[in-house]
Design a protein around this ligand. Structure first.
Ligand code: NAD
Length: 364
């Protein structure tokens, strides 16, 4: 247990999402951002001077900085493993962006290393922290839907086919190199949907996976660079998850979920307000930080609770949760075990695509 009330933080990888993490680390009350790292010199210089912190172009040197207590890893996927291992070996608490890593063997080594080092491990799946998605979890946990048996999650967007954007992505991004990314749309955004479904089902054991994957909507790509995937997951105790992900969503990002229980239904929609529409036969009372304070009976039938919209996507909350866990000596609610389980489902989906068969878990 740590008592100073603040954790000295660092971010490795300062691209799209790493810059969001660095910014939140400069504002979260439990954080003191002290260092950043990226291989791009100009980026390190700019970000380090913006926050007046130490900058490194070599993450291994950052790990030698004894002041740093916790590191968030926001590099391209293939570097999650070496950077997280280096952080844990240096005795630093470590949060890793999705996907946790590229193979189950790497995941096992990472879990082994954080246990050996006795550090806190966080798998930063922001959907589990997005206020409306969290609110849904509280409603389900209060029994508002009865027994939850079907969770569908949608994670799609629209790199317009044949556009300059698509061509640029095809040429320059690590996302389009399977050795660096580990896969296409399923690894990149389907990963969110899988962990959210697992979260809603309290980490239920997945028994089998079936996938329909299309590789070839866009320009010709190497194998494993799928454009769309529809994955069904059978969980223990008669529950089913359905993951929809692809580049097919024209008109903007699609972040939705549908939760069906035997006594109620929830529709979630991060991008098209109102994000949460609840139908409950039994009601669920007032919930968490929601501005929604239902009057007598207003939480039965259809209701439209409005969460605090300022932090809708959950990045602030996930990072703060990580630091609070460090300060309180707790394991995060979403950790490396979840990252491993999510990765296993993705790898099973790829196997299902390769063999046109349903794949049983655990994978050998
Ligand atoms: N949770 C989310 O919503 C979300 C959103 C986007 C990306 N991500 C994940 O975050 C990670 C980064 O994605 P991104 O979109 O920000 O990518 P990006 O390409 O924008 O940024 C990656 C950064 O890592 C840097 N980098 C590369 N090698 C490095 C090294 N050896 N040491 C330090 N830095 C290095 C790059 O220079 C770049 O600045 C990926 O794993 C991705 O899956 C998560």
């Amino acid at each position: 247990m740590k008592n100073s009330g603040k954790v000295k933080t660092a971010v490795v990888g300062l691209g799209t999402i790493g810059s969001v993490h660095a910014d939140w680390y400069s504002q979260i009350p439990e954080s003191e951002l002290v260092a950043v790292s990226d291989v791009r010199k100009d980026v390190v210089k700019r970000v380090a001077s913006k926050y007046d912190v130490k900058g490194y172009t070599n993450y291994e040197e950052l790990m030698e900085n004894k002041e740093v207590e916790a590191v968030t890893v926001a590099t391209p996927n293939f570097l999650h493993f070496p950077v997280a291992m280096a952080a844990a070996r240096s005795g630093k608490h470590v949060a890793v962006e999705k996907p946790l890593c590229l193979t189950l063997d790497q995941a096992d080594q990472m879990i082994g290393e954080i246990k050996k080092a006795g550090v806190v491990d966080m798998y930063t799946e922001n959907l589990c922290f997005a206020p409306s998605y969290r609110l849904a979890k509280e409603i389900v946990d209060k029994g508002g839907l009865g027994k939850l048996y079907l969770c569908k999650a949608y994670e799609s967007d629209d790199i317009v086919l044949g556009s300059e954007g698509e061509k640029q992505m095809m040429q320059s991004s690590w996302y389009l190199d399977p050795r660096q990314s580990g896969g296409g749309k399923l690894m990149s955004t389907g990963v969110h949907a899988i962990q959210y479904i697992r979260f809603m089902l309290n980490g239920a054991k997945a028994l089998r996976v079936h996938a329909e994957i299309i590789d070839s909507i866009g320009a010709k790509k190497p194998p494993r660079m799928e454009d769309m995937a529809l994955v069904t997951i059978r969980f223990e105790n008669d529950r089913v998850g359905e993951v929809h992900t692809g580049y097919y969503m024209t008109g903007g990002s699609d972040d939705r979920a549908e939760l069906y229980g035997d006594r109620g239904t929830i529709f979630l929609d991060l991008y098209r307000r109102n994000e949460i529409k609840v139908h409950s036969h039994v009601g669920y009372g007032a919930i968490g930080q929601s501005m929604f304070q239902p009057s007598e009976g207003a939480d039965r039938g259809w209701s439209f609770p409005i969460p605090d919209e300022r932090y809708d996507l959950g990045y602030y909350h996930e990072q703060r949760h990580f630091l609070q866990c460090i300060l309180e000596g707790k394991r995060p609610m979403v950790n490396f075990d979840d990252g491993r389980a999510t990765l296993e489902i993705i790898l099973a989906a790829y196997q299902s695509h390769d063999t046109s068969e349903t794949v049983r878990l655990p994978l050998k």
